[in-house]
Each structure stands twice: as structure tokens, then as C-alpha cells.
Write a protein that binds this ligand. Structure first.
Ligand code: KG4
Ligand code: ZN
Length: 348
């Protein structure tokens, strides 16, 4: 089955061609056009600008993706598109393009939830894909940490998820971005904070670890962000900035790792999955790797490859493959009625 994936939920236009045949998976081509530079001068993503840039970029990117995959439209079996959650104007570009292409090429459109994409993203790696079929992989506890979401799921298979908890205020990535802004670092802030943190002392500030000890699987990052704001001197030195970044990052990581591991123990999970933009954070990866052996049961740790941590169409195509269970469902008559849904939560 050859799937064209389309992702335009925020500030990356991405297309991918994924070939899935039973237990074999091959990413034929995969492109991301990032809008980072466009939004940097505004200090964050401007939805109208994002949508316009998606509209300008999507067709040339589509042509290049098909060319690189050496695939013609008539070779495709279905189109997978992110239908939510995300910025509505941005999502609409992907969804409407998918519908137009599907009508022209007589293909099925499969709407994919963006978070479902992040959940399956570690399995784009062939060695991990094999694990999907092994009984000892499941259940898994999956942490999604992105700019808009921080959620913990219990997964009984790649297609069966149950929400365990989520952030009650800011998402983890959002907290990184806001701390970056306070420090005058350019957008996108997460990677910048991580970079400064590498030269800072994580014990310099004793920032709060919100909800670290609560028995539920919910998170909160607003208080941590506020604590960082109050700790900021008028003109922080470079070293002070590094220390603030390192201490903030450590507090966020402590909460993410501890709460995930507690859920792993509670549900006797065999695997820990981490996905989303913040999963690119090396300190977070190291902290998980270091903490995992403390569990009674040996659990496997799965992170996406770095190229699949941020928003990308490869994970959207894979989520559609999982959703359709490797069989091509018939084209529905009413698929042109499909609408982007900015607030589409996975657990609804
Ligand atoms: O998944 P993603 O690309 O987009 C959303 O679905 O939101 O996640 C983007 C988020 C941003 O908040 C960005 O600052 C954060 O991921 N991020 C990082 C790192 N790389 C990206 N946060 C911390 N450390 C990083 N290395
Ligand atoms: Zn994302």
C-alpha cells in the first residue's frame, strides 16, 4: 500500500510517501519545509502567514516528494492528512489539498489525528517497526511532548490508546518557548533553551516541580514558568542565563520522567514511548535512559529518530497505515465533506 502523507498543522509543510506491505515498511521519500524564518520576527507562529506559506509551498513540495519516491499519482493507494489538532487556517490547507487531489486521482482520504502521528513516530525506524508485532512490546506507556500538548497514554497496541493524563495548563514545549522569550532568545525557543542549558548548572536554581508527587498522571508547567520569570534579574549575565535554562530544563525533565515512570510501574508497561517536538531534547533522552533501570521490570525505551521528532508527514502516513490496518478501505462517497478540526483531541 502506497500512502501519500500530508502535514500542515502548524509551521511545517511536510509531505511523505510511505510504502507499507504487511510487516515491511519503507519510507520512499519525505520532505519538510520549515517556516521558522518567516515567523521568527514575530516571536511565534502567525496563523494567517502560516496558512499562506503552506498554500504556496504544498504543490511544489508534492511534486518533489513524488519525484524523489519515483511514484506517480496512479501508484498511490490513499492520502493521509492531518485533520487536527492545530491551527485551523493551516490545517485547512492540507485537508483541502488532500480532498482536491483525492477527487482528481480517485483516492481515499484518511484524516489523521496529529497526536496519533507523534505516538507512532518511533516506529518509522525499521528496527522498531518489528517490535509492533511482538507481544512483549505491549502494553506501552507513551508520553507526547510538543508545543501544544503534554499527554500520557496507555497503549495496548499501536492502534489502541487510552488517555492517562495531560497538562492542566501549558504544554512542555510551550514552557520551553515562553522561558526562551523571557530570556530574549529567538523563536523557536525550545532548542535554544536546551543549547544554553548544556553550559549551565541544573542545580543553580531550585525551581518547583509542579504535580511531581500527585498520584494522577496530569502535568502543570505554568507555575514553573512563573517561577523562572521571578528569578530573572534585569540584565542577566550569559552564565546566569545558562544556569536558568539548565535549572528550568531539569525541573521540567524531573516531572516528565517521574510521572511517566510511575505510570509505567502502575500499568506494568513493557515499553516507554516518547514523541513530539520536545523528544528532540537530549537531556530528556538521557534522563529517561538513566531512570529506566530503576524500574522493577525491564522496559524498553523508544524515541523517534531526530528527523521524526518535529512535525512531519511520515508519521501521519504511518498512523493512517495503522488505522486502515494495511488494507485499503473503499472510497467513501461523502469524503469531500471532511473538515479540519482545530480541537480534535485523540481521546474524544
Ligand atoms: O511537535 P512539535 O514540532 O509541534 C507541535 O505539535 O507543537 O513541537 C514543537 C515544540 C516547540 O515548543 C519547540 O520549542 C519544542 O517542541 N522543541 C524542543 C526542542 N526541540 C523542539 N524543546 C526542548 N528541547 C528541544 N531540543
Ligand atoms: Zn507536533
Amino acid at each position: 500500500m502506497i500512502i501519500l502523507g500530508i502535514e500542515t498543522s502548524c509551521d511545517e509543510t511536510s509531505l511523505a510517501v510511505l510504502n507499507s506491505k504487511r510487516r515491511r515498511l519503507k519510507l520512499e521519500s519525505f520532505l519538510v519545509s520549515s517556516q521558522t524564518k518567516l515567523h521568527a520576527r514575530w516571536g511565534g507562529v502567525v496563523p494567517e502567514l502560516a496558512a499562506r506559506r503552506h498554500a504556496e509551498t504544498i504543490i511544489p513540495l508534492l511534486q518533489e516528494t513524488l519525484q524523489r519516491a519515483k511514484v506517480k499519482p496512479q501508484d498511490l493507494d490513499l492520502i493521509a492528512v492531518t485533520a487536527g489538532p492545530g491551527l485551523i487556517t493551516a490545517l485547512q490547507v492540507g485537508v483541502e489539498t488532500a480532498k482536491a487531489l483525492a477527487a482528481t486521482w480517485r483516492l481515499l482520504v484518511v484524516p489523521v489525528n496529529h497526536i496519533a502521528g507523534h505516538l507512532v513516530s518511533p516506529f518509522l525506524t525499521p528496527a522498531n517497526w518489528k517490535l509492533v508485532w511482538q507481544r512483549q512490546t505491549w502494553p506501552a506507556v507513551a508520553l507526547v511532548v510538543s508545543g501544544g500538548h503534554t499527554e500520557l497514554y496507555l497503549m495496548r497496541s499501536l492502534a489502541k490508546w487510552q488517555l492517562l493524563g495531560k497538562t492542566l495548563d501549558d504544554a512542555a514545549g510551550e514552557a520551553f518557548d515562553k522561558v526562551a522569550k523571557m530570556l530574549g532568545l529567538p523563536y523557536p525557543g525550545g532548542p535554544r533553551v536546551a543549547k544554553l542549558a548544556a553550559s549551565g548548572n541544573p542545580a543553580a536554581y531550585d525551581f518547583p516541580r509542579p504535580m511531581l508527587k500527585t498520584a494522577d498522571s496530569n502535568f502543570s508547567f505554568a507555575g514553573l514558568k512563573t517561577a523562572v520569570r521571578y528569578s530573572l534579574p534585569m540584565r542577566p549575565s550569559a552564565q546566569r542565563k545558562n544556569d536558568i535554562c539548565a535549572s528550568f530544563q531539569q525541573a521540567a525533565i524531573d516531572v516528565l520522567v517521574n510521572k511517566t515512570l510511575r505510570a509505567v510501574a502502575k500499568h506494568n508497561a513493557h515499553t516507554v514511548i516518547v514523541g513530539g517536538g520536545v523528544s528532540a531534547n537530549q537531556a530528556l533522552r538521557d534522563a529517561f535512559a538513566k531512570a529506566l533501570p530503576s524500574l522493577e521490570r525491564k522496559s524498553r525505551l523508544l524515541f523517534p529518530e531526530f528527523r521524526f521528532t518535529g512535525d512531519n508527514a511520515a508519521m501521519i502516513a504511518l498512523a493512517a497505515a495503522v488505522q486502515t490496518n494495511f488494507r485499503i478501505p473503499p472510497v467513501k462517497r461523502n469524503q469531500l465533506a471532511l473538515q479540519a478540526n482545530a480541537n480534535w483531541e485523540l481521546w474524544n
